[in-house]
Design a protein around this ligand. Structure first.
Ligand code: DGY
Length: 328
């Protein structure tokens, strides 16, 4: 019996490639080239499966050009690089990697929020430039995290994990806005209060964005929303680029309309809005919220497990569109 063929579209742990090689004919990309769409299509010819990351867009054009494709397994919890209705219409099962990155990503979101509130990047740059000559009473005075109000936009698994850190570890009051309200038994242990979006923006001392990207979430935080925030507030984005209007944010930071921002994701990344590089009160990191060795390995293992199960007659553990394979 011929083995299914798959494309591993980006570099990945060698052990994961070896495991995939036990089940499939694997075309790998350990050189880690980013394939433009025509090359992605060319390399997917004759492949039943694809191991992807956020840099590979699987849309109707790719699907139409790759009729043998049956499974696309994203090594990410977010899947805005997949056109899910198009995958479902083409009978292509899409999978992602939820849960395994929740706590690691929440750790990072909390760390980025703290670094932002306490001006860690700005003060470190000052020190590295050799400008530190004496102690002074208000040097890099930031804002307290403990006892302040933590605002969460997008109260999914990662949002809840950040809220737990804030409420239970730092005595923060938690307000949140989400498409749907959490059940009372999930709100109660962390004292989380569900509010509308405008109230969230007005009340938060530290606002953290953790919502998935969708067309409806594009520029969910723009000039109008930033104008509702306290001038002392911070904004942390670990969700997706495009949720924040980066140009409007850079202007708000420059003009002191909010105190500071921590950004792990950017519109059009890895390119950055150049204005963000010219404002001091922002902490910038290159989309690494889930990046610990253990978690990235767990994500790769889960993506591989999805491919192996789906293409060898099993049940993929974390499907996004199981209906792709169940409809007539
Ligand atoms: C995710 O899992 O969606 C991350 O953003 C990718 O690192």
């Amino acid at each position: 019996m011929t083995r299914p063929a798959i494309l591993v579209a980006r570099a990945v742990f060698p052990e994961v490639l070896e495991h995939l090689g036990q089940h499939f004919d694997v075309e790998s990309n350990q050189a880690d080239t980013i394939f433009a769409k025509p090359e992605l299509i060319a390399r997917l010819q004759g492949k039943q499966g694809a191991f992807t990351t956020g840099s590979e867009r699987i849309d109707a054009e790719v699907l139409a050009a790759c009729p043998q494709l049956r499974v696309v397994a994203n090594m990410a919890v977010g899947y805005n690089n997949f056109d899910i209705p198009a995958c479902t219409a083409a009978g292509v099962l899409a999978t992602n990697t939820p849960d395994v990155l929740t706590e690691t990503t929440a750790d990072f979101g909390f760390a980025l929020m703290m670094a932002t509130a306490r001006r860690m990047a700005e003060s470190e740059h000052f020190l590295r430039r050799g400008e530190w000559t004496r102690w002074s009473y208000d040097m890099f005075a930031g804002s307290d995290v403990h006892g302040s109000t933590l605002g969460i936009l997008g109260m999914g698994r990662i949002g809840q994990a950040i809220a737990r850190r804030g409420a239970l570890g730092f005595g923060m009051k938690v307000v949140y806005h989400n498409r749907s309200r959490l059940p009372a038994e999930q709100e109660a242990p962390i004292g989380a209060r569900y509010v509308d979006k405008a109230t969230l923006l007005r009340e938060a001392d530290h606002l953290v964005l953790v919502l998935p990207y969708s067309a409806g979430a594009h520029h969910a935080i723009g000039a109008a929303e930033l104008a509702l925030m306290k001038p002392t507030a911070t904004l942390t984005n670990i969700a997706r680029g495009g949720i924040v209007d980066d140009a409007a944010l850079a202007a708000a930071l420059r003009e002191g309309r909010i105190a500071a921002a921590g950004l792990d994701v950017f519109e059009g990344e890895p390119a950055l809005n150049p204005a963000l590089l010219t404002v001091p009160n922002v902490v910038l990191t290159p989309h690494i919220a889930s990046s610990t060795m253990a978690t990235r390995r767990a994500m790769a293992d889960l993506a591989a497990k999805n491919l192996v199960a789906a293409l060898t007659g099993g049940v993929a553990p974390t499907p996004i569109n199981p209906e792709a394979w169940t409809k007539a």
